[in-house]
Design a binder for this molecule. Structure first.
Ligand SMILES: NC(=O)c1ccc[n+]([C@@H]2O[C@H](COP(=O)([O-])OP(=O)(O)OC[C@H]3O[C@@H](n4cnc5c(N)ncnc54)[C@H](O)[C@@H]3O)[C@@H](O)[C@H]2O)c1
Length: 353
């Protein structure tokens, strides 16, 4: 059987997970890679034995490739996704999909017109506990989900300190668009993609002078990087989102702060509630009622490499012509909420739709 060919745009930290994911699959080969940093391009290409290497990402699109993985800084996602789709490639793009709703809508529209597959690499959806929560919600076992909380907090470590990660025009923002986007997407997915009605957002930058390198991207992957030292994004962001179906979500994310750390989500349903927390053992608990008596159930899951799972899923969508897990409506809703939390924080007022 003819192998599918994959190409990678952006050879930084996360590209290693995408490449590993493709390498697990016997019917896919990695045909080419691109990165403007020649040293890093050579390092990654040699590590994985990738023969075709391009400094300009446009050149990779001239190759006979089936799937493009976009692993570049956020500001380039839209331009690269649209060009890749127009050149007949299927595209899996790292989160966030783009810098704003307008860009995301152009991507989704291009995918529709070209008939190519497009997916955002929201790896958290592939965790066994995420799939469990989705099934609980979908099968009606939670009743009506009317309130939810999601938080992703760190103490001091800033990812990519002084690189594109902390530069607003390249990243679009700080922890909200970096890690908050993962838990927001997960909540939108589980809650059935309700339409936002009102958004109140706040952002802070209080730890600029105490910022320390958070260890991402892995130090060994930073070959040839030249940080500028810019840090003009928030270090904490929070948002309250009221949806048109009357449900409410409280979202918070930080790279630095004097708080607990880790990822925690809670869903309050009329039949049962769920809490998942990386700092609890076991991490997932169901709160319900058995014959009129409140009851707690804990559930444990096997571990799973979510990056391998997302790549396997996308390749299967391409091979079998099926819809990737991230729908156009979910993709747009997530970036709409992010954009409006930032807008609300900037103007100091809630945004009503
Ligand atoms: N899903 C996850 O869990 C996860 C984790 C980390 C990062 N990410 C996302 O992956 C993307 C890359 O992050 P990273 O951690 O690998 O960052 P990184 O800084 O390690 O790598 C980015 C790479 O892109 C290259 N680059 C710069 N401009 C480019 C351009 N115009 N075209 C192509 N490449 C370009 C850089 O030289 C660098 O090698 C970001 O969108 C980030 O949000 C996702």
């Amino acid at each position: 059987m003819k192998k599918l060919k994959a190409g990678i745009i952006g050879a930084g930290g996360i590209s290693h997970s995408h490449i590993d994911g493709f390498r697990q699959l016997s019917d896919v080969e990695i045909a080419a890679i691109s990165d403007p940093n020649e040293e890093k391009l050579a390092f990654v290409a040699e590590k994985f034995g990738i023969l075709k290497r391009f400094v300009n990402w446009e050149d990779i699109l001239k190759e006979p490739i089936d799937i493009i993985s976009i692993c570049s800084p956020n500001a380039f996602h839209a331009q690269q996704a649209i060009a890749a789709l127009k050149s007949g490639k299927h595209v899996i793009c790292e989160k966030p999909v783009a810098m704003n709703v307008e860009e995301a809508e152009m991507i989704v529209e291009t995918a529709k017109q070209t008939g190519s597959k497009f997916m955002v690499a929201f790896c958290h959806r592939f965790a066994p506990h995420s799939q469990f929560m989705k099934k609980m919600a979908e099968n009606g076992q939670m009743g009506e989900i009317y309130y939810a909380k999601a938080s992703y907090l760190r103490r001091r470590g800033i990812p990519g300190l002084g690189t594109w990660f902390t530069t607003k025009k390249l990243a679009g923002g700080g922890p909200l668009i970096d890690v908050g986007v993962h838990i927001l997407d997960l909540m939108i997915y589980i809650m059935g993609c309700p339409e936002p009605d009102l958004i109140l957002g706040v952002t802070y930058n209080k730890f600029k002078n105490q910022a320390v390198d958070g260890g991402w991207p892995p130090v060994w992957s930073r070959v040839g990087d030249r940080p500028t030292g810019i840090f003009d994004v928030e270090d904490l962001a929070a948002g309250l989102i009221k949806f048109k179906n009357d449900a409410t979500l409280f979202l918070e994310s930080s790279w630095a702060g004097n708080s607990e750390t880790g990822l925690k989500i809670a869903l309050f349903g009329t039949k049962s509630g769920i809490q998942y927390s990386t700092s609890s053992q076991p991490p997932l608990k169901i709160y319900s009622d058995l014959n009129g008596v409140v009851a707690d159930t804990t559930v444990e899951f096997p571990s799973r490499n979510v990056y391998h799972a997302e790549i396997e899923h996308f390749v299967s969508c391409v091979k079998n012509n099926t819809q990737p897990i991230t729908t156009p409506k979910e993709i747009i809703t997530v970036i709409k909420i992010i954009q409006n939390i930032y807008k609300s924080a900037e103007i100091g007022k809630p945004i009503e739709f």
